[in-house]
Design a protein around this ligand. Structure first.
Ligand code: HMG
Ligand code: MG
Length: 297
C-alpha cells in the first residue's frame, strides 16, 4: 500500500490570524477555493474567538457559510469555549478544534485561564460536539518550548495530550508554537505522546521560526506520524507568542513528501497558485523555499 500523509492546511486560520492585513471573508473564501483546487481536503477555515483578541478571524461564520458543505472536505474551526462552539455549529461547522497549552503562562496570555480551567471549559464543548455529531480536534501549544517559561517538561505535554484525548479529541496536534524544537526532541515527544494515546491520534504542528520544521516533521514521520499541519506560503505566526513566525510552508512539506514517495493528493503548482494569491492579498511574497525555487521573482 502506498504511504500517505494527510496535510491539515492551517493557512486560512493560523496563517491569517497573525497577519497585519485583515482579509475579508470573501478573500478568505477565494484563498480556500484555491487550496481546495490544489487537492487539500482538510482546511482550517478560521476561529470563533473574541474579535477584540483576534480581529483577523472576525467573519469566520461568513467564511463557513460561503463555503457550504463539500463532500470529502473538512473545514475545522477553532473554538475556545461553549460560546464559540455554538456560533460554529450555527454556521454549519462539521469539525471544531479546542486548544490548550502545556505552559501556564502561555495559557493565561492566549485564552486568559489556567490549563486546568481550559480543560473544564472544553468539557461542555466536547459534550455538545458529541451530541451534534461534530468531530473534535485538539492542540497542545508550547509542546517544545514556551515564549514565557522557556523549556517545557514533556511529561506536562503528554498530560495535556491525554486530557484532550479523554475529552474526545480524535486527533491531537502536538504544537511547537514558537518553532524552537529540534529533531531528536520532536521525535522523542511524538514517541511519548504515541505511547500515551496511540500514534494514529497524534498530529504535528510546527512553526518554522528557527528553520527546523522540515527536519522535525521528518523525525516525526520516522516515529509513525501521518498527519502534518502546514500553511500555504508559510503564512503567519501566533498573536500571543512574540517572535513566532509562520507555520511550516505547505509547499515545502509537499515537496519533501513527494521526494520520499509519500502521497498527499496535493498538486504542487496549484498550491503555489494559492500561496501567491494570498501573498498578494496581504502584500508580501510567500516565504517558502519551494516558491523561491520554482517561481523566482
Ligand atoms: P476572556 O476575556 O477570558 O473571556 O477571553 P470572557 O468570557 O470574559 O469574554 C471576553 C469578551 O470576549 C467578551 O466580549 C465576550 O463576549 C467575548 P466583551 O464583553 O468584552 O465585548 N467572547 C467571545 N467573542 C466571540 N467568540 C467567542 C467569545 N468568547 C468570549 N467564542 C477568550 C477568553 C478565549 C474568548 C479570549 O481569550 C480569546 O478570544 N482569545 C483568543 C485566543 C486565540 O485565538 N489565539 C490564537 C489561536 S491559538 C494558536 O494560534 C495556537 C495553535 O496554532 C497551536 C500552536 O501553534 O501552538 C492552535
Ligand atoms: Mg500554530
Amino acid at each position: 500500500m502506498t504511504d500517505r500523509v494527510r496535510i491539515v492546511e492551517v493557512g486560512p486560520r493560523d496563517g491569517l490570524q497573525n497577519e497585519a492585513a485583515h482579509l475579508s471573508p470573501e478573500t478568505r473564501i477565494a484563498f480556500i477555493e484555491r487550496l481546495l483546487a490544489a487537492g487539500l481536503e482538510t482546511i482550517e477555515a478560521g476561529s470563533f474567538v473574541s474579535p477584540k483578541w483576534v480581529p483577523q478571524m472576525a467573519g469566520t461564520d461568513a467564511v463557513l457559510r460561503g463555503l457550504g458543505a463539500r463532500p470529502g472536505r473538512n473545514f475545522p474551526v477553532l473554538v475556545p469555549n461553549e460560546r464559540g462552539f455554538d456560533a460554529a455549529l450555527a454556521a454549519g461547522a462539521g469539525e471544531v478544534a479546542v486548544f490548550a497549552a502545556a505552559s501556564e503562562a502561555f495559557s493565561q496570555r492566549n485564552i486568559n485561564c489556567s490549563i486546568a480551567e481550559s480543560i473544564e471549559r472544553f468539557r461542555p464543548v466536547a459534550d455538545k460536539a458529541r451530541a451534534a455529531g461534530i468531530r473534535l480536534r485538539g492542540y497542545v501549544s508550547c509542546a517544545l518550548g514556551c515564549p514565557y517559561e522557556g523549556e517545557v517538561d514533556p511529561a506536562r505535554v503528554v498530560a495535556v495530550t491525554v486530557a484532550l484525548r479523554e475529552l474526545g479529541c480524535y486527533e491531537i496536534a502536538v504544537s511547537d508554537t514558537i518553532g524552537v524544537g529540534t529533531p531528536d526532541r520532536a521525535a522523542s515527544l511524538v514517541e511519548r505522546a504515541a505511547d500515551a494515546i496511540g500514534i494514529e491520534h497524534v498530529a504535528v504542528h510546527f512553526h518554522d521560526t528557527y528553520g527546523q520544521s522540515l527536519a522535525n516533521i521528518y523525525a516525526s514521520l520516522q516515529k509513525g506520524v501521518r498527519v502534518v499541519d502546514a500553511a500555504a506560503g508559510g503564512l503567519g505566526g501566533c498573536p500571543y507568542a512574540a517572535g513566532a513566525s509562520g507555520n511550516v510552508a505547505t509547499e515545502d512539506v509537499v515537496y519533501m513528501l513527494n521526494g520520499m514517495g509519500i502521497e498527499t493528493g496535493v498538486d504542487l503548482e496549484k498550491l503555489l497558485d494559492a500561496a501567491e494569491f494570498v501573498a498578494a492579498a496581504i502584500g508580501r511574497n510567500p516565504v517558502s523555499r519551494v516558491h523561491r525555487a520554482l517561481r523566482p521573482a
